[in-house]
Design a binder for this molecule. Sequence first.
Ligand SMILES: [Mg+2]
Length: 228
Amino acid sequence: MARPTIILFDIDGTLVLTGGAGRRAMERACGVLLGDPRACAAFTMAGMTDRAIVRRACQAAGKADHPELLDQMIDAYLAVLPDELARSTAFRILAGGHSLITKLSTYRHIAVGLGTGNVRRGAAHKLGHAGLWSATTFGGFGCDAEDRGTLIRRGAERGAAQLGMPLADCRVIVVGDTLFDIQAAASNQFLCVAVATGGATAVDLTTGGADYVATSLEDPGILEFLLL
Ligand SMILES: [Mg+2]
């Protein structure tokens, strides 16, 4: 019998590109609560969890990053995210993701979920906009933990529960586009399939220790690796 398998998909740069909508929503939240929309302009958000992003923005604006302010910033971000998604002319669903998830979902030994730094509501907005939200039923999210390795672990535990198997008996694979996805997988002794559709190049991802690297989710080798 095939080994129980849990697959956790990252969102930004892996399944979709929001065309800057996520960043613009964060900038609006920074403007409202920090008085400085540029507070999050100086760093790349790729691979960061939502809470790590708002914490870093607070620090950049010289504000104390107390938990209440971080919660308020995430709420402010979520309040404007649908509007920014609707207005984003460069929003793209990355090729191959939908068909890969659909194929994987036909295997009874596989649980297909998300492993993303987005808080759950943000993930729902972004994937809902792409028509992909209903394709997965569980995940590890930015609201589970600020640390990516911890939220990936949470997603894997939910996947194991869905399969009705102990996590230790499951093969877990993170699918993402940044070195942070690779590190989060490695910190849990999970595998990582990396796609060069976000910021990082295939060479970066290979050097970073990904177990399989592809230029896009259309690479047929990904399905082969996931089913191994
Ligand atoms: Mg990503």
